[in-house]
Ligand binder design. Structure first.
Ligand code: AMP
Length: 355
């Protein structure tokens, strides 16, 4: 008797694709990576790789022919690419979620429409919009973010009333942005939800995220200070989003916890997330395995942690100083196979199990 192994196609070749491919291998599922860059982190862990542009319909069709189901590991895949692939093979999560998370204006509107609070916001299409909005809010400052393609603090600017609006607007170099009120938050958390084809949804417990230079530095589970009630509310918000977009796959919700103890949603990532890397070592089923399970029509798996954990990102030069982790008990090292060390580049992470 023989059993046919499934092949999962993943658009994008970064570390998230790499870790999903490794989780897929444990389940006997092959992964085919599609990425415009050669020797990307994900392509190094699977023999099935297409190096082509996301607009190359001949390459996309050939890729679709070789896989059973398609997913993606980053949110800036052109919607047109997904719509094209959908004609040939199932693609999860659906493009509706991608559309929401690719544009901060659509994202905020969507979150508010399902009753999830965000920072006060207004669309911005020119310098005058900044002035008008600040006056309307009687605010001293705001954060302006490009509607698309922002990450790790890129594509955003802190603007004070004393700053020249023309300067702030031209620095952003965009024609569409969102103006956000500045949230005086205490700390930041995130929740990851996984939902399968039968609609069964589970969340990992909320974690605390600490950033350095706008890049995630440390994730801590259990989240210090976070009350059970707030953790439950955060989880319910993630479930609500998953239901509203009929999620098949994994998504992350990033939230601010204000000094008054309220939750304010910041953004949605339609994929596995850096703040969920700890689940690889502290849970029976990691966010990556749940990504693979859900998009490959398997049931979503148990998200109960068996240990407390701290995940530390290895950014840029951090990766050179590995010795301390190599000799540390309970340290689980994960490197992404990137050979070029660059300032601000995520080279790997270490999860330290605490109990
Ligand atoms: P983002 O690119 O939206 O994830 O923002 C990057 C970081 O900027 C967040 O993790 C926060 O630390 C900070 N930030 C973003 N939006 C706001 C806001 N409305 N108020 C205060 N801080 C913010």
């Amino acid at each position: 008797m023989t059993i046919k192994s499934k092949t999962l196609g993943i658009l994008g070749g970064g570390q998230l694709g790499r870790m999903s491919a490794m989780a897929a291998a444990r389940l006997g599922i092959n992964t085919h990576i599609y990425c415009p860059e050669e020797a990307c982190p994900a392509s190094l862990v699977t023999p099935y790789f297409t190096c082509a542009d996301y607009e190359d319909e001949t390459a996309l069709k050939a890729f679709a022919d070789k896989v059973d189901v398609i997913s993606f590991e980053f949110e800036n895949i052109p919607l047109k690419t997904i719509e094209f692939l959908k004609k040939h093979k199932p693609v999860y999560p659906d493009s509706k979620l991608l559309e929401v998370s690719q544009n901060r204006l659509i994202e905020k509107d969507f979150l508010n429409s399902i009753g999830i609070p965000t920072a006060p916001w207004a669309p911005c299409h020119n310098a005058a919009d900044i002035e008008v909005t600040l006056e309307k809010w009687s605010a001293e400052a705001c954060i302006i973010k490009t509607a698309r393609f922002g990450y790790d603090g890129k594509g955003q600017i802190f603007h004070r009333v004393s700053d020249k609006t023309e300067d702030s607007w031209s620095t952003l170099n965009t024609d569409e942005a969102v103006i956000e009120g500045v949230i005086d938050f205490d700390y930041e958390i995130s929740v990851i939800v996984a939902r399968d084809l039968k609609g069964q949804a589970v969340t990992y417990p909320a974690v605390r995220n600490d950033h350095k230079n706008h890049i995630l530095d440390k994730t801590t589970f259990p989240a210090p200070q976070l009350s059970e009630d707030l953790a439950k509310d955060a989880s319910e918000m993630a479930h609500k989003i998953a239901e509203a977009v009929d999620l098949v796959g994994v998504l992350a919700l990033e939230l601010f916890v204000t000094k008054q103890g309220a939750l304010i949603a910041n953004e949605i990532a339609p994929r596995t997330h850096n703040s969920g890397h700890w689940t690889m070592d502290a849970c029976a089923v990691s966010q990556f395995e749940n990504h693979v399970r859900t998009v490959c029509a398997l049931p979503v798996g148990d998200t109960t942690p068996h240990s407390a954990a701290e995940m530390l990102n290895l950014i840029g030069d951090d990766v050179i100083d590995l010795d301390k982790y190599l000799n540390m008990p309970n340290a689980h090292i994960h490197l992404y196979g990137k050979t070029e060390v660059k300032k601000g580049r995520k080279m790997g992470h270490v999860t330290i199990l605490k109990s």
